[in-house]
Design a protein around this ligand. Structure first.
Ligand code: ATP
Ligand code: MG
Length: 355
């Protein structure tokens, strides 16, 4: 089995993408795409996985997520962008993988646990939701992904996918590729907190700064952000600075300080107000988001072209997933009509029984 380097990653179309997605995964994807070390890159909109949320919301947001991708610099000539529900091979793979995982193992998955809590599913968990780690393993393995760039919250999902691969290969022989997680190298980006100070910026929690946000709105959200005066640890404004601030931002917007360390030291000593720090953060975020917002507006002038790009991506993705599914069925020996050995065996068996 030749091992190409292949990237796969995706997002749920439960809303527009935010700056947590950007630092957690999107920016990395663009860098990887442009570095050219990987032979293929698949990026998908996980609509099937979002249907427990609200079907109409999903229908509206597929295009929003696609626009966010393009706005951030994902290039459909270098990456295949597709929609999960359009690849039926993924359902088939999920179904076969279901026999490789126990209910108690799913129950122990920390991502599943926390998302059940977040969605108030404790009383009644949809089976489909419960099996997301399995469908995620199907998404990853269908494209023979070696590398999955995601935020820290996805770590247990990746671990479970790796287990499924190992189990499949153990039972049926070396067939599937074991994926590796690629986490952001900046600690602040592993799990960017929300503007309300909550542990994670999340579309579902409404504590986001969106990539498409207008300048006034960005400013309003930053100026009303949660802070803990005098403290750096757990102070969201500084976490965002850790994630977004570069040396040239000081030269441009805050030349009295040589770097972030000095700014933090002054804040801790006292005598540096929140407003000044927030204004600095605002300047950085405005600078970061302006080109993304402008590109998004350009792309949104031709919506049919984006659906067409997605449709073409789905065709390419389907062909790739079909190849893996064929390998899987062959390994499982359920490829009856291509299994010449089986047919010959049966011919002999029946012939001998008639002697
Ligand atoms: P939902 O609330 O619907 O789950 P979400 O905001 O968590 O939405 P997902 O579509 O679940 O977004 O996640 C897409 C990708 O973005 C994943 O790789 C995830 O790890 C990453 N991600 C999401 N939120 C953050 C965050 N706050 N910080 C870093 N990475 C994030
Ligand atoms: Mg999520």
């Amino acid at each position: 089995m030749k091992k190409e380097k292949i990237i796969l990653t995706g997002d749920r179309p439960t809303g527009r993408l935010h700056i947590g997605h950007y630092v957690g995964s999107l920016k990395r994807r663009v860098d990887l795409q442009d570095a050219g070390d990987y032979s293929k890159m698949f990026i998908f909109i996980a609509d099937s996985q979002a249907l427990t949320d609200n079907p109409e919301k999903v229908r509206q947001n597929v295009i929003e997520v696609a626009l966010d991708y393009l706005a951030c610099g994902i290039d459909p000539t270098k990456a295949t962008i597709f929609i999960q529900s359009q690849i039926p091979e993924l359902c088939e793979l999920s179904f076969y993988y279901m026999d490789l995982v126990s209910v108690s193992r799913l129950q122990r998955n920390p991502t599943v646990k926390s998302e059940i809590q977040m969605r108030n599913f404790e009383a009644s968990i949809p089976v489909g939701f419960f099996t997301y780690p399995i469908s995620q393993a199907a998404d990853i393995t269908a494209f023979r992904a070696t590398t999955v760039p995601v935020g820290e919250d996805q770590e247990p999902m990746l671990e479970q996918a790796r287990e499924i691969v190992r189990r499949f290969n153990y039972i049926y022989g070396e067939t599937l590729v074991e994926p590796e997680i690629l986490l952001p190298d900046n600690a602040a980006c592993l799990r960017l907190p929300g503007t309300d100070g909550k542990a994670k910026m999340s579309k579902s929690l409404g504590n986001c700064i969106y990539l498409s946000e207008e300048p006034e709105e960005i400013q309003k959200k930053i100026m009303s952000m949660y802070t803990d005066p005098g403290k750096i640890e757990g102070n969201t404004v500084f976490t965002y600075l850790d994630a977004f601030c570069r040396p040239e931002h000081f030269e441009r917007y805050l030349p009295d300080y040589p770097n972030l360390e000095e700014l933090k030291a002054h804040y801790q000593r006292g005598g540096l107000g929140d407003v000044k720090v927030k204004r600095f953060l605002n300047a950085i975020m405005q600078e970061t988001l302006e080109p993304i917002r402008n590109r998004r507006k350009e792309f949104s002038k031709d919506i049919p072209a984006i659906y067409k790009m997605l449709q073409e991506g789905c065709e390419v993705a389907r062909a790739a997933a079909a190849e893996t599914l064929a390998d899987v069925k062959k390994a499982m020996k359920i490829n009856y009509f291509d299994d010449k050995e089986l047919i010959e065996e049966q011919v002999k068996r029946f012939a001998s029984s008639q002697e």
